[in-house]
Every structure is written in structure tokens, then in C-alpha cells.
Design a protein around this ligand. Structure first.
Ligand SMILES: [Zn+2]
Length: 234
């Protein structure tokens, strides 16, 4: 990294389907930066048969859970391969840390590397998530998500994005799965969010995320502009 360049880490926290994914896409269309999610990192390492990927694959094949140490190693690997930048660019971290234990590991890492960071918490009520989830369609070709809530798309419509695929309801979009994921969130992640809110006062921003996508993005954009994040070059 050169002296006048810097990566600013933003950790996006929130329930499943609180709209983080959509905002990340919009942020990266506007600002310079990269994103990390545990799922993408797992896929990347398994596909490239890296040392971490081989370890992870062995665990998954044995029906074991991926430990916090491994998730942390994936995060660290990604954070350390950001490369040079001009100005201040983003490193958006999606859905990690998920537990107080993971947060403690991340906190040590950030302190050790003296990384400037913020936590953005997307706050949404459960019933709003349930409505959003059951109204969610995904293109079977380009995987762009769409919502039936605005009334402009219905199931089996051709994809407005790639014009090739069809909009389908993914099997994990059913209510039982969503309720289970929300219960998991309540048990493990909600206490972490409270912990971070109390311990990272200057670095914690809550965003009311049950509003329209554009309104949420306007707030996020303002925040990133005031943090002097470089705009994407045209
Ligand atoms: Zn499509």
C-alpha cells in the first residue's frame, strides 16, 4: 500500500434479507472498493484449491461446521490482498462478524493493523423481513433479486435485467426457513450488535432499513461521501 492510499473497512450488520446485498451492489457502482462475504470467500478458495479451500472442503465433506478460526482466516486473507489504491477506498464486509466471539477476533485484528473502520447496522423489524422474503424472486440465469412488493414483476416473468432468464422463487425463500434464520440471528447475532453498539460508539451507525431502497442508499451515500471515500472513475 502506498502512503497516501487507504482502505476503510465498513462492516454491514443486519438480519438476513435486511437489504445489505442490494446496498452493497449500489455502493460498489458508485464508490471505489471491494466486498467480502464468507460465502463468496468459501467458494473462491474451494474453486482454486488453496490451502484454506482444501481445509474447508474437508470439513464440509465430513459434515462439520466451519470454525470461527477459519472464517477469520478467510477474512484476513481477503483483507490482506486488497492491494494498492489511490485515495480512500472501501472494503465492505457483509454479514461478518456474526457472534460476539467473532467480533472479538475482528477487533484484535483491526487494532493490530490500525485499520479505520465503521459498523453499519441495517435495522429492520422481523415482520417486514418476512414480507420482503416471501415477495422475493431471483433470476435463474443472472441471479439478480427482484421484489414483487412494488407490483412490477410476478413469478415466472422474463428477467428485466438480463432478458434471458426467468424469475423464480428460490427454495430457501419459504417462511419456515426465514423464521429459523431470524431465530438464529436473535440468539447469536443480535447480542453482538448490542455489544458493538455499546463498545464502538463513534464507529457504529444505525440505518433504518425498512424504508425504500433509494432512501436507504441516499443516507449511505451521504455517509460515504463525508468519510471521503473515492468515487468510482467513469
Ligand atoms: Zn436475469
Amino acid at each position: 500500500m502506498t502512503q497516501n492510499s487507504m482502505h476503510r473497512f465498513f462492516f454491514l450488520l443486519g438480519k438476513p434479507a435486511s437489504g445489505k446485498g442490494t446496498q452493497i451492489r449500489r455502493i460498489l457502482d458508485t464508490f471505489e472498493g471491494r466486498s467480502f462475504s464468507t460465502g463468496d470467500a468459501l467458494k473462491y478458495h474451494i474453486a482454486r484449491r488453496t490451502e484454506l479451500g482444501t481445509q474447508v472442503k474437508a470439513l464440509i465433506d465430513a459434515g462439520k461446521l466451519v470454525s470461527d478460526d477459519i472464517v477469520m482466516a478467510l477474512f484476513r486473507d481477503s483483507a490482506e490482498h486488497l492491494g494498492d489504491t489511490t485515495g480512500t477506498t472501501l472494503f465492505l464486509v457483509d454479514g461478518f462478524p456474526r457472534t460476539v466471539g467473532q467480533y472479538e477476533m475482528v477487533k484484535r485484528y483491526l487494532a493490530e493493523k490500525a485499520i479505520t473502520h465503521s459498523f453499519l447496522y441495517f435495522s429492520v423489524a422481523d415482520d417486514h423481513i418476512l414480507r420482503r422474503f416471501t415477495g422475493r424472486l431471483t433470476c435463474n440465469t443472472c441471479f439478480t433479486p427482484f421484489s414483487t412488493l412494488a407490483g412490477d414483476v410476478v413469478e415466472n416473468d422474463p428477467c428485466p435485467q438480463c432478458k434471458k432468464g426467468k424469475l423464480i422463487r428460490r427454495s430457501d425463500d419459504n417462511e419456515t426457513v426465514v423464521r429459523n434464520r431470524l431465530a438464529e440471528y436473535r440468539a447469536a447475532t443480535a447480542p453482538m450488535v448490542e455489544h458493538i453498539a455499546a463498545h464502538e460508539k463513534g464507529n457504529f451507525v444505525e440505518i433504518e432499513a425498512s424504508r425504500a431502497e433509494d432512501d436507504i442508499f441516499n443516507d449511505v451515500k451521504e455517509l460515504l461521501i463525508s468519510a471521503k471515500i473515492s468515487l468510482k472513475k467513469p
